[in-house]
Design a protein around this ligand. Sequence first.
Ligand SMILES: NC(=O)c1ccc[n+]([C@@H]2O[C@H](COP(=O)([O-])OP(=O)(O)OC[C@H]3O[C@@H](n4cnc5c(N)ncnc54)[C@H](O)[C@@H]3O)[C@@H](O)[C@H]2O)c1
Length: 359
Amino acid sequence: MNRDVNRDINKRENDLHTVSVDLGDRSYDVIVGRGALSALSEVVPDAVQRIVVVSQEGIPIADRVEEHLASLGQWSIRRVNIGRSETDKSLSTIETLCEFFAAVGLTRNDLVVGVGGGLVTDVAGFAAAVWHRGTRVVHVATTLLGMVDAAIGGKTGVNLPQGKNLVGAFWQPSGVICDLDALDTLSERELRCGRGEISKYHFLTGDDLAALDLPVRIARCVRIKADIVSGDEREGGLRALLNYGHTLAHAIETVGGHSLAHGEAVAVGLAFAADLAHEMGRIDGSRVDYHRHVVEDVYGLETRPPAGLDRNELMATMARDKKALRGLTFVLDSSNGLEVVEGIDVSLVEKTLSTFLVT
Ligand SMILES: NC(=O)c1ccc[n+]([C@@H]2O[C@H](COP(=O)([O-])OP(=O)(O)OC[C@H]3O[C@@H](n4cnc5c(N)ncnc54)[C@H](O)[C@@H]3O)[C@@H](O)[C@H]2O)c1
C-alpha cells in the first residue's frame, strides 16, 4: 500500500486538515488539527432540532463542544454521560441511551454527537444506528486512538461477556472532528494506546508515520483508513487488513478482563502475528525482529504478553471471534505484504502461543 504521504489531505488556511471519506452520497469529512472544533458547524447536518451529546466524565473538551453547539444554532442540547469501563460498552448502556433519546423526543432528523474515545464513539454510533432505525451522528474524537481509527469508518457496536464487539452495525457518521486540543488532557497511557494502532498502519503501508508532525500523522492515518473504508465499507476483503494484530488482541482483552487497553493489546497482537507468520514460513526472522523494533522502539509499546494469561482461554476466545469464519483467521505478513489467512491449523496457533506466552 505505498502511496504519497500527503495525497488527498487538504491543508486549509487555519492549519486544519480535511480528509474526505468517500462513500458516494454518504461521504463525509474528517477535520483534523488544533482548534478543529471551530469547524464543527461544517459537519452538523441540516434540519436538526435536538442534539444529544454522549460523552463521559473526565473529558474536559465535552463542555466546550456543548458550548460551541449552543452558539451555532437554535436547537435544544442535552448531555448524557456513559460509564468509562469496557464493561459499560454493553447492550444495557444502549438501552439507557435509547430511553434517554425517548425522554428527549429525539427524532430521526435530529443528531447524536459522540464526544470521546473509541468507547464513546462505538456506543454513541451504535445507539444512533438503532434509534429509529438510524439517526445521524457526528463524532468528536478525543483520544489519539479514536482520531486515527475508532471514530472513522462507521463500525459501531458493543461487547458481550463472550467477546468484544460481538453486537454492532455499520453506521457512518455525518462528519468527524479531531481537535488536537483534546489530547492535552489525555494520559500518557492513552497516547501510547493510540501509537499501538498507528504502528499497525506502519506495517500496512510501510510509512514511517512516527517521523511526521502529530497533526499530519493523524491526518495521514485517517487518510489510510478512509481509503480502505472507501474500498471495502463492510469488510468483504481489504478492510479486514485493519484487523492486523487484533485476533489475539481481542482475546487478550477479554481473557485478561481488559487489564490491557485496546492499543496495548494490539501491540502484543502484532508481535504474535509476526511469530505465527514466521512459524508458517511466511516471513524470516529478521522481519520478526523488525516487528518488535517498530512496535517497541519506534512507537514505544510493549510486545510481551502480560503474565498469567491462560492459553486455553485465549484459544477458546479466538475461536469464538466473529472473524473465525472457517478455522482460525489471522492477518499475516508475507513478502507480498499483509494478507488475510483463513483456516489456520489450530494446533499450529496453539504451539506458537505456548512459546509466545513464556518468552
Ligand atoms: N469502531 C472502530 O473501528 C474501532 C477501532 C478501534 C478501537 N475501537 C474501540 O475503541 C475502544 C478504545 O478506545 P480508546 O482507546 O479511545 O479508549 P476509551 O474510549 O476507553 O478512552 C480511554 C480513557 O480516556 C478517557 N478520555 C477520553 N478522551 C479524553 C480526553 N480528551 N482527556 C482525558 N481523558 C479522556 C476516557 O474517559 C477513558 O477513561 C475499544 O472499545 C475498541 O474496541 C473501535
